[in-house]
Design a protein around this ligand. Structure first.
Ligand code: COA
Length: 331
């Protein structure tokens, strides 16, 4: 059996920075409230007034960076998995649009994953299995989101509206004989909480599919419920990954936790009795970029020297679904 190692990462965020002070002009909110409750100071939004950009557009530079860092072209990939909750179109998947933009004559299979903030982790797990069992040798993973166009900018939307940002990340996973890379993945879903964090419309359940008076076009979130489950489930998943590898949390060098709220990460660190210095944090710059968060964290943790080759790394995510899980890696 082979091992599945990440050999190149990349990321991209649109240039428009939206600070908490900018949001004070839209919502009845304050920099102090947002910073204290979430740790977020700013996020990036696409500039929808000047051009149309979907997650597949944001993915292009992220993918180019990851491919360059791994030393491959797009056409050398055996498979590409695209994780997003904000697809360019109702169908087909954003992977198809990405492929057309990056290599129009390519026939590399493109697989879209719709597992929200856990989307990139699910993509890692699929890549792990395809590579470990020898089906594919090189797989490109993408997480990309445009959420700013679905945010409610009326005051009703302020709880969700201050938390999310746009961005993209990518990683190349390759087969190796060495016992390193993605050692295990542990995935969970509990659909009974689907309506605790969701965008109800448009829906296929009724006609017309879309109308201007629809209230459900904006995300709804039960913040407290999400918070509670996120802490409990990610802590459980981290323990599971550690036990599976026979690692104690003390032995883990780096924790890459989904950046939904700095307080969620602090609560997990406390439950594991581990110092915050082992937890990578970039939520202050990007907010929650859902499926793009993990690959953006990977890229920045590496380029900032926070994470290096040989490190024992635990990734954990939680998101709408509810979906959650973890991965254990030797980087
Ligand atoms: N600015 C100012 N006040 C706000 C606000 C905002 N943007 N959003 C909500 N409030 C108000 C509420 O109306 C409430 O006021 P009230 O006490 O007068 O009713 C007060 O702040 C407290 O709201 P509450 O929802 O209890 O705050 P909280 O401490 O739970 O923090 C979240 C809210 C959303 C930051 C927090 O619940 C959270 O982070 N949840 C998880 C979110 C998440 O991770 N989502 C993505 C998962 S992948």
């Amino acid at each position: 059996m082979k091992y599945a190692r990440i050999t190149g990462t990349g990321f991209y965020v649109p240039p428009k920075v939206v600070t908490n002070l900018d949001l004070e002009k839209i919502y009845d909110t304050s920099d102090e409230w947002i910073t204290e409750r979430s740790g977020i100071k700013e996020r990036h939004f696409i500039d929808w007034e000047t051009k149309e950009e979907g997650p597949s557009d944001l993915a292009v530079p992220a993918v180019q960076m990851a491919l360059q860092n791994a030393g491959y072209t797009f056409d050398e990939m055996d498979l590409c998995i695209f994780a997003t909750l904000s697809p360019d179109a109702y169908f087909p998947g954003s992977g198809c649009f990405l492929q057309a933009k990056i290599s129009p004559e390519s026939t590399v299979p493109m697989l879209d994953v719709r597992m929200q903030c856990s989307g990139f982790l699910y993509a890692m797990s699929i890549a792990e299995m395809y590579i470990k069992f020898g089906r594919y040798q090189k797989i490109l993973l993408v997480g990309a989101e445009v959420q700013s166009t679905t945010i409610d900018f009326s005051n009703e939307g302020r709880t969700v509206g201050v938390l999310f940002g746009d961005g993209a990340g990518a990683a190349v996973v390759e087969a190796t004989e060495e016992p390193v890379g993605i050692l295990s993945t542990h995935l969970y879903t509990q659909g009974k909480y689907a309506e605790s964090l969701w965008v109800p419309e448009p829906t296929t359940k009724r006609r017309p599919k879309v109308s201007s008076d629809m209230k459900g076009l904006y995300p709804y979130m039960n913040g407290r419920e999400v918070f509670k489950h996120a802490v409990t489930r990610m802590t459980e998943a981290i323990w599971e990954a550690c036990k599976h590898q026979n690692w104690s949390p003390e032995e883990v060098n780096v924790f890459l936790i989904h950046q939904a709220n700095a307080r969620i990460i602090e609560a997990i660190a406390k439950q594991l009795n581990q110092p915050m210095s082992k937890f990578f944090i970039n939520i202050h710059k990007y907010g929650n970029t859902t499926a793009a968060t993990v690959p953006i964290c990977m890229h920045e943790a590496l380029s900032e020297g926070f994470m290096k080759q040989g490190d024992k790394v635990i990734v954990a995510t939680f998101g709408s679904g509810f979906t959650w899980g973890s991965a254990a890696l030797i980087w």
